[in-house]
Design a protein around this ligand. Sequence first.
Ligand code: HEC
Length: 176
Amino acid sequence: MPWVGAAGSRGYPNLNDDDWLWGGDLEAIHYTVEHGIRNPGHDQTRMSQMPAFGRDGLLQPVEIDDLTAYVRTVSGQQRATASAQRGAALFATNCAACHGDDARGKREFGAPNLTDAIWLYGGDEDAIRKSIHDARFGVMPAWGGKLDPVTTKMLAAYVHSLGGGERKTMQRPATK
Ligand code: HEC
């Protein structure tokens, strides 16, 4: 029976599942614990920022509606509509660089998979629209300077053990 804590609350990931924003092998988890996420004033912190497409006037309200419909379609929450189809085209130009062509996310940017039922900030229409309009900026402190190296290693091992911890993906040499 898994430990019942660490399930996350809105804006904070569930550490028990196998959905990783920045990577779920021991080394990736250790890096995140050491350096944090968007931790101000720390060079090595994990960093990315989704543009605030609505607030900064990069997209029109109707385009954000279309994108919301698209995200709800790829996550299986509604049927494909004309609006969602327009959203697909907008997604390819505005979002795919970070979230991937298939909307399954990209770890180098900590950009979440949008096709599953796991939501950091909520998967209902309002929450998705707000994510696209304002963008989110989830912050985690770096523990490297506050805890000793053995403790951060133990914490990483603990998080890795909670469930969904991944093996290191080995780079295989090219075969001829
Ligand atoms: C520069 C990279 C980048 C781009 C471009 C980008 N995103 Fe994001 N997006 C992110 C990151 C990173 C997060 C997670 C933010 C956090 O952890 O606080 C995110 C979060 C989200 C979320 C919230 C997901 C959840 O689990 O709650 C939605 C929805 C979303 N993006 C949709 C979009 C759409 C639609 C576009 C295009 C209009 C877009 N994103 C473009 C990086 C990006």
